[in-house]
Every structure is written in structure tokens, then in C-alpha cells.
Design a protein around this ligand. Structure first.
Ligand code: AMP
Ligand code: MG
Length: 332
């Protein structure tokens, strides 16, 4: 344990059964004994659960004001980018037969479309926001109102927008927050956080540990997880992943989870987009892809093999793992 920190306060583990399924990562933090402890708020939004945590206990009013900024950011993104709301800008553009999404979208969310289209191009279509139609055809799109789907990147984008708001509001003062939107986390301000990667096999085997690795997240960094254990469709008794290979439209198999850490310059948008992309690509092609396009990102794959659980990590990710329950292999 680090000097000056006596007590581990595990405060994000109390999750009701209904929302537990949506949280990819649970986070742990250390707290100074002489302070009141961290402050956290959870609320439902964008089809998942958001949490904002301040490392230091703040004045209630100030925390409340920041919370309102963060909540407003998420609400704005949801209003513009939700595929599930027929009134969202995305759904209305889709209904109007839009083809040039970046030009048609509100300036505020344009960077999200740009990042999605860039990832699609760089990944050779493995990441494919135009998959909305296919998802609907496979029965995964009931209630989906858009052909264009930003579900793999919009939450990360919302976290980046909220982080900007917090940074602006805090100005030059000390601050240390952790924003979590359904498993898309960003460390805002100073300080390290420790984040646990959920064990994807825990659901089928309760004797397994709840988390299978702990990752240190530095100030400004983001981490995102894509897993096949939270959302899936069942067909002929088989669980099929909610992530499709954007090139073939097939359900991706063989991977149980992917976790990606990105530096400040990539942000939570890319952590989110990359976790989905690397889920499709798998470790070998995924590591080569990162080397070429996103060399500062770190990644971890968990093969879908509960009989012999293991982790595959990019070489730099290996240095971030504090506790690994399983054997780890490195990618080249
Ligand atoms: P995430 O949980 O961030 O990995 O995002 C998964 C969501 O992204 C799915 O529920 C779909 O809405 C969408 N999706 C599935 N496959 C792809 C793909 N190949 N490219 C982009 N989005 C996808
Ligand atoms: Mg994603």
C-alpha cells in the first residue's frame, strides 16, 4: 500500500443486481484517513449507470454544481446520439436518409462521428458504425431508430465532454475525479486510480474471483471495457455476442472481454471505440493495429475459455497490471 494511505475504501462495489450487469469495471480507491472520504453519486443515463467520484470530500454545493454539469453533458449527448430515441438527432438524420453524417451533425457531437468514421476506415471496417441495419436484422435492434450506430463510442465521447466541463469549472484548483459511464472511465485531474477488470466468467462460476486484474489509471487517462458477458443474444441455447464483425456482420466469438487504456490525447472516446474494435480484431491483429494507428494505447484481451482462463496483454499494458489472477501472455 502506498505511504500515507492506510485504508482501502472500496466504494463502488455496492451495485444492485439490476444494474450490476451494466458495469464492466468496478473501481477501488484509497483514501486518506484524516479526511471524510471520497464522494460519489450514481444515476441512470444512456441505458446504463453513470458514476462521478471525487477523491476528496468537497463542499456539497460545489460537488452538486459539478454534478449538474456532468449530468447535462450526458443528457445532451443522449439527446443527439441515441439510436433508441426516435427524436434524437441521429435518428432524425437516419430517417431523412442522411449520408454525410459529419456534415449534418451538430458541431458539438461532430468529433464523435469523425472518430467513428476514422476508426472504421483504419480498421478496414472491423469497427463499423453502419452496422445498425444488420443489428436490426439479427433481432438486436428492436427499438433502434437509426441505421448508423454510435453505441460503441458515444458513451466514451460523453465522458470526454463531461471531463472538459469539470476541468473548465475547476479552473486552476486541485481536483481529482473519476467519471464512469457504463464501464467507460476517465481520471479527471490529478491522482491515480486503481480499476479492477471484471472477471467475465464469474457469472457462470461463482467460485471465480470477482476481478481478474487491477490496472493503475493515471490522471488524464481513460479505460474502457467491451465484454460479451453483459449484453448478448441467445439463439438455439447459445450466447451470441452483441458485437459483430463489421466486415462480415457475424457475431464475434472467441473473446470474452477487452480492456483498453488510453492517454489524455486519445481520450475516453477512443478508449470506447478501440475496445470494441479490438474485440472484433482479437489480440494478434489488434496489437498490430494499435502499433500502427494508436501506439499510445494499452490493451488486454481475455479469451473466451473459462476452462483455462488467461490474459493476453500488449507489452506496455503488462507494466500497468498490479494484480493478475491468471497467467498472462504478451502480444508481439
Ligand atoms: P461496446 O460495448 O462499446 O463494445 O459497444 C457495443 C455496441 O456497439 C453494440 O451493442 C452495438 O450497438 C455496436 N456494435 C456492435 N458491433 C459493432 C462494430 N463492429 N462496430 C461498431 N459498433 C458495433
Ligand atoms: Mg466501445
Amino acid at each position: 500500500m502506498r505511504p500515507g494511505f492506510k485504508k482501502a475504501a472500496i466504494y463502488a462495489a455496492v451495485i444492485s443486481a439490476a444494474i450490476a450487469a451494466e458495469i464492466a469495471i468496478l473501481h477501488l480507491c484509497f483514501d486518506r484517513e484524516d479526511e471524510e472520504g471520497p464522494q460519489a453519486m450514481r444515476w441512470p443515463v444512456m441505458g446504463t449507470v453513470a458514476q462521478m467520484t471525487s477523491r476528496r470530500h468537497m463542499d456539497e454545493r460545489e460537488f452538486g454544481e459539478l454534478l449538474v454539469c456532468v449530468q447535462a453533458s450526458y443528457a445532451r449527448v443522449e439527446k443527439l446520439l441515441s439510436a433508441w430515441n426516435p427524436e434524437s438527432e441521429l435518428s432524425r438524420l437516419s430517417a431523412a436518409g442522411c449520408t454525410n453524417w459529419t456534415e449534418a451533425a451538430s458541431p458539438e457531437v461532430r468529433p464523435c462521428y469523425e472518430a467513428a468514421l476514422r476508426l472504421a476506415e483504419e480498421s478496414g471496417g472491423a469497427f463499423n458504425p453502419r452496422i445498425g441495419e444488420k443489428l436490426r436484422a439479427l433481432g438486436m435492434g428492436r427499438g433502434r431508430y437509426s441505421r448508423f450506430d454510435l453505441g460503441a463510442i458515444a458513451k466514451g465521447f460523453a465522458v470526454d465532454m463531461a471531463a472538459e466541463e469539470v476541468e473548465r469549472a475547476m479552473g486552476g484548483r486541485y481536483f481529482s475525479f473519476l467519471l464512469d459511464l457504463g464501464g467507460n472511465l476517465r481520471a479527471v485531474g490529478a491522482g491515480e486510480w486503481r480499476t479492477g477488470v471484471r472477471n467475465p466468467f464469474r457469472g457462470v462460476d461463482a467460485s471465480q474471483p470477482g476481478i481478474c486484474a487491477v490496472i493503475t489509471l493515471l490522471g488524464g487517462e481513460s479505460v474502457a471495457t467491451s465484454g460479451n458477458y453483459e449484453r448478448f443474444v441467445e439463439k438455439d441455447g447459445k450466447r451470441l455476442s452483441h458485437i459483430l464483425d463489421g466486415r462480415t456482420g457475424e457475431h464475434v466469438s472467441g473473446i470474452a472481454g477487452v480492456t483498453v487504456v488510453t492517454p489524455r490525447e486519445y481520450g475516453a472516446t477512443l478508449a470506447d471505440g478501440l475496445s470494441t474494435t479490438l474485440f472484433v480484431m482479437g489480440p494478434e491483429a489488434g496489437a498490430a493495429f494499435l502499433k500502427r494507428f494508436y501506439p499510445l494505447a494499452l490493451a488486454l484481451w481475455i479469451p473466451d475459455d473459462p476452462a483455462s482462463p488467461r490474459i493476453i496483454v500488449t507489452p506496455d499494458m503488462a507494466y500497468r497490471l498490479e494484480r493478475i489472477e491468471w497467467p498472462a501472455e504478451k502480444t508481439r
